[in-house]
Design a protein around this ligand. Structure first.
Ligand code: F6P
Length: 553
């Protein structure tokens, strides 16, 4: 990190937090809990069908107050209003980020470059409605008149992760008759393995790409189209089986997709926020349009909560500011997302793109190098599985790892005492992270087992768990379209709030361009040795030769 200090780190609010951190060094959470029996009740908030216990944090009322003072100092309320009003908050691309308009069909007119966004959203939802109904009631069939049984969504990044998460999260709401498959990677295994299982006569392909220029998506779509034409024997059948969702209608048409089969996307929706647009079609086809609208309603409820709740009781704001507290004042480098629910197992993947593409930035909005850390590494996985894998490092490793436990209170699949077991595991982990185990406790435990004194001394240090590891417990009654919508929107706003504090552009992603371009530059040379290649250095050249030799090229 460089000097001179930016306005943020020079602010009195930042310095106050530095002081509070120093004070809290000697007050672990164990002590904070022991000193205040009401702590869990005081640090518990609700909104949009979600409840958050944030008592297991390195937090006091003074810290909470100071975090909110920092948020106000960074003009969070104004920036939030600007986001929701449709101002061009994506400054490097000169665009609004109006994903909230996608889930607010009853909104007043919002004009972007002379276009009424709300009218466009409603018209697209109406088209989706008709399309989903037609496919589901079989009035829209494949070329040979057979009903569709499978949908293949081809897309990557934001055109994949959100829809995949929600399709799997809402399996209990799946209407029978249609199965959904996702193909994202340029690794040919994915498309080959997917196509192998399908009947072209009953398969509908959705090419999902905001830009319609993403190589992985286009190459996979070409393979799908060739496979389809070869098996069905009629090129004109493509019109009945290939749809696109894109902001680049012309490119979709060039690809051979009937313009009537193209659903729109817009510049004012970022890829990682596009689940709520027609990019959500695979979800709508799988769970029905009514449930898709319920998903939007859940997200809208979170938007309303984010807009209206006082900062201190505002779920995205509290979670965001706690993240700032650990990233910028306690040196946390990662943040774990631990869904204790099989249906939510893809949550960490989606949040990885959402947060790391948004907050992986190194300059502020004025282009000055940050003298503080921006986004941490987001990682995680489903509980309780993670307990038998990486939780060891959380409990006894040397790093600070704040975590979000996400768990529904009720299950869709009651069996034996499984759900109570799962909940107990979740609570056990967050309590272990908080309390840890002292050397004295470790010694006493070993002594109680009848161990000899010398063995106790040898073993006890290995049993110590420092504790004081922060976590949030985020709960919903059940995994439903509404609660899943609210959950994803919560994390979107959390990411936005952190971007406001860090003063970064949360809506661009210039960092992904260079590697993409170099890959395109290298490809021809992998296939043809004499092709000039700008991307040349001894390692690249050597590895190209290695690949060519292995493939006898
Ligand atoms: O890899 C960067 C990225 O632009 C993401 O932001 C986006 O979600 C993804 O690629 C896919 O882009 P598209 O929808 O244009 O194919």
């Amino acid at each position: 990190m460089t000097s001179p200090k930016t306005a943020l780190t020079n602010s009195s609010q930042w310095k106050e937090l530095e002081n509070l951190r120093a004070h809290l060094e000697n007050s672990p959470m164990r002590t904070l809990f022991a000193d205040d029996p009401e702590r869990a009740k005081r640090y518990f908030i609700n909104g949009a069908g979600l409840s958050l216990d944030f008592s297991r944090n390195r937090l006091t009322d003074d810290v909470l107050k100071a975090l909110m003072a920092l948020a106000r100092h960074c003009k969070l309320e104004d920036r939030r209003a600007a986001l929701l009003r449709g101002e061009k908050v994506n400054i490097t691309e000169d665009r609004p980020a109006l994903h909230t308009a996608l889930r607010n069909p009853g909104a007043d007119t919002i004009m972007v470059d002379g276009q009424d966004v709300v009218a466009e959203v409603n018209a697209t939802l109406a088209r989706m409605d008709t399309f989903v109904q037609d496919v589901r009631n079989q009035s829209r069939t494949g070329f040979t008149g057979k009903a569709f049984t499978d949908v293949v969504s081809i897309g990557i990044g934001g055109s994949f992760l959100g829809p995949k998460l929600v399709t799997e999260a809402l399996q209990p709401f799946r209407a029978p008759g249609l199965s959904c498959h996702y193909v994202a990677n340029i690794d040919g295994t994915e498309i080959c393995e997917t196509l192998e299982r399908l009947d072209p006569e009953t398969t509908l392909f959705l090419v999902q790409s905001k830009s319609f220029g993403t190589r992985e998506t286009l190459e996979n779509s070409k393979v799908a189209r060739d496979w389809f034409i070869e098996r069905i024997g009629h090129e004109q059948a493509v019109a009945s089986h290939f749809m696109a969702v894109t902001a680049n209608k012309a490119a979709a048409q060039d690809f051979g997709i009937d313009p009537a089969n193209v659903f729109p996307m817009w510049d004012w929706v970022g890829g990682r926020y596009s689940l709520w647009s027609a990019i959500g079609l695979p979800v709508a086809l799988t769970i029905g349009m009514e449930n898709f609208r319920a998903l939007l309603a859940g997200a809208y409820a979170m938007d309303t909560h984010f807009r209206d709740a006082p900062l201190e009781k505002n779920l995205p704001v509290v979670m965001a500011m706690l993240g700032i507290w650990y990233s910028n004042f306690w040196g946390a480098e990662t943040h774990a997302i631990l869904p204790y629910d099989h249906y939510l197992r893809n949550l960490p993947d989606h949040l990885q793109q959402l947060d790391m593409e948004s907050s992986g930035k190194r300059v502020n909005q004025q282009g000055e190098t940050l003298d503080y850390h921006s986004g941490p590494v987001i990682w995680g996985g489903v509980g309780a599985n993670g307990q038998h894998a990486y939780h060891q490092l959380i409990h006894q490793g040397t790093r600070l790892i704040p975590a979000d436990f996400v768990i529904p209170l009720q299950t869709h699949n009651p069996v034996a005492t499984h759900h109570a077991d799962l909940f107990a595991n979740c609570l056990g982990q967050s309590r272990a992270m908080m309390t840890g185990k002292t050397l004295e406790e470790a010694r006493a435990e070993l002594a109680a087992s009848g161990m000899a004194e010398t063995d106790i001394e040898r073993l006890a240090p290995h049993k110590v768990i420092p504790g004081n590891q922060p976590s949030n417990t985020l709960m919903m009654n059940k995994v439903t379209p509404e609660t899943v919508g609210a959950l994803i929107a919560l994390y979107e706003h959390r990411t936005f709030v952190q971007g406001v504090i860090w003063d970064i552009d949360s809506f661009d992603q210039w960092g992904v361009e260079l590697g993409k371009k170099l890959g395109e530059n290298i490809l021809p040379r992998l296939l043809q040795p004499d092709t000039p290649c700008e991307a040349s250095d001894s390692a690249t050249d050597n590895l190209i030769a290695f690949f060519r030799s292995a493939n006898r090229l």
